[in-house]
Design a protein around this ligand. Structure first.
Ligand code: NPQ
Ligand code: MG
Length: 368
């Protein structure tokens, strides 16, 4: 297809409750949406970059800029663009995986819509609904943490992932076990520890956690491999995995036993599929991570999580866990699962009235 125009749209999404991690608190999302317009129809993608470069080096204003200035011109000037050609067309630009992933997702959605194929079917999905868990930020008190977990368990979430940091780990986790018994419990440190904390992290072993996500800095594969030798809790990597190559290396070095797959972090759904395959070939289970997506990004994540080696519940909560009003028809929990949309492409689109009410800016870019 030839791209006729690309729309970069910013949407302000107020959150139901603020989300606190070791790198800060977020009370609303400034979401960048990409819409590609082609002679065969439109497609949508969501950029997962945050307001600030605190999860990774990308941030929403930077992603918007690199799309406008360096990525979209390379695609708009190409005679033919397909989802599989986006990566090669953008290869000269280093990094900026979240920005690249957003436009690749939009092209893929347009292509699949035009062909009448769902994203789940295209990727090789094997189920019609996916198991989901909930990720819970650092709370103001243990009492508030226990109350929020109680609510999510009542909603039916199939596992609970708690954000931890030095000073908020063993004690609240011990209280959670005391109150809720042997629920499926994971923790995510977002790189808040160092190898000097190994004896402290070993205290997590008696808590029966199913995994410890990204305890150490992104670039410290050696540290994660060393830590894995010294604790029994399985290590899962998030920030450290930026490609199929880095996934293969992390596994070969013994740095992780589980992999969190986020398409935005790795440059797109096609690279996410390659990571799925690399991990499957090495018997390493994967699960679908989340970045507090709207229904656009959530729909694509649900499709990804239908692949066979996504054997653990994803951070793909129902729409109402984050947003009172989603941009699309809301994703609703049914017995701890989300159903996979069966329409073509991602199977959902923004609701026009909601989209226009929440939009803060629109920029349209055409061929030069
Ligand atoms: C993770 N997500 O697995 C991330 C990181 C994260 C669902 O735990 C605002 C928007 C704040 C997205 C903080 C989950 C965020 C964010 C952390 C994503 O590490
Ligand atoms: Mg994480």
């Amino acid at each position: 297809m030839k791209l006729a125009e690309v729309e970069l749209r910013r949407v302000r999404m107020p959150m139901v409750t603020p989300f606190r991690t070791s790198f800060g608190t977020q009370a609303s999302r400034d979401v960048l949406l990409v819409k590609v317009v082609t002679p065969d129809g439109e497609g949508w993608g969501e950029c997962v970059a945050l307001d600030e470069p605190v999860y990774s080096s990308e941030y929403v204003e930077g992603a918007h800029h690199v799309l406008r200035t360096h990525l979209l011109p390379r695609l708009l000037d190409a005679p033919d663009v397909t989802a599989t050609s986006v990566g090669p067309l953008l290869r000269a630009v280093k990094g900026h995986r979240m920005a690249k992933a957003a436009v690749e997702a939009a092209v893929l959605d347009a292509e699949l819509r035009a062909g009448g194929v769902s994203l789940a079917r295209y990727l090789g999905g094997v189920r019609g609904a996916v198991d989901v868990g909930v990720s819970i930020g650092i709370a103001a008190s243990v009492g508030q943490l226990l109350d929020s977990i109680e609510g999510y368990l009542a909603d039916g979430y199939r596992r609970v992932k708690l954000k931890i940091e030095p000073g908020w780990d063993v004690e609240p986790l011990t209280q959670v076990r005391r109150r809720f018994g042997d629920i499926a419990l994971w923790v995510d440190a977002n790189a808040a520890y160092t190898l000097a904390d190994v004896d402290h992290l070993a205290r997590l072993d008696e808590l029966g956690l199913q995994l410890l996500e990204q305890p150490l800095p992104e670039d410290d594969l050696a540290g994660h491999a060393e830590l894995a030798q010294r604790i029994t809790t399985p290590i899962c990597l998030d920030e450290s995995i930026t490609s199929a190559g880095s996934a293969a290396e992390a596994i070969a070095r013994g740095a992780c036993a589980v992999v969190n797959v986020k398409a935005g972090r790795v440059g797109g759904y096609l690279e996410a599929l390659r990571i799925h395959d690399v991990c499957a070939a090495r018997s390493v289970p994967v699960w679908c991570g989340g970045m507090l997506e709207t229904g656009i990004g959530r729909a694509a994540n649900v499709a990804l999580a239908t692949l066979p080696n996504f054997t653990l519940p994803g951070d793909i909560s129902a729409s109402d866990r984050y947003y009172a009003t989603d941009l699309t028809e809301p994703f609703v929990l049914h017995d701890g699962r989300l159903r996979v949309p069966d329409g073509p492409g991602i199977g959902v689109a923004p609701l026009p009235d909601v989209l226009s009410r929440l939009t803060t800016s629109v920029e349209r870019i055409g061929p030069s």
